[in-house]
Write a protein that binds this ligand. Structure first.
Ligand code: ZN
Length: 97
């Protein structure tokens, strides 16, 4: 399975309200900056990808120092999410000409 870059609209479709909370929590409290040697106060300019394992990979910048940061959110371990992600992949594949 390929990595798919997700836009905000697609993230909203893919994540349940609970998962959105988890996503937001990890984004705010779970991204480590190796330059600041601390959790990022905020991640800016981030992109989200659905990985091969149906996890979410967030890549962005640390708001404090501007260094690149990344975090894998292991949503793919959840079977319900994994199935939903596969359905999402099918729907995305169908849209392509
Ligand atoms: Zn930093």
């Amino acid at each position: 399975m390929a990595e798919i870059k997700l836009n905000t609209f697609q993230i909203n479709i893919l994540l349940s309200p609970q998962e959105k909370d988890d996503f937001q929590f990890l984004l705010e409290k779970g991204v480590y900056c190796s330059t600041c040697k601390d959790i990022c106060s905020e991640v800016t300019d981030y992109t989200v990808k659905l990985t091969k394992l149906n996890d979410l990979l967030v890549k962005g910048k640390c708001a404090t120092c501007g260094n690149k940061v990344a975090r894998v959110m292991e949503f793919g371990e959840d079977q319900a999410f994994f199935k939903k992600a596969n359905k999402f992949r099918e729907s995305v594949a169908k849209k392509k000409p």
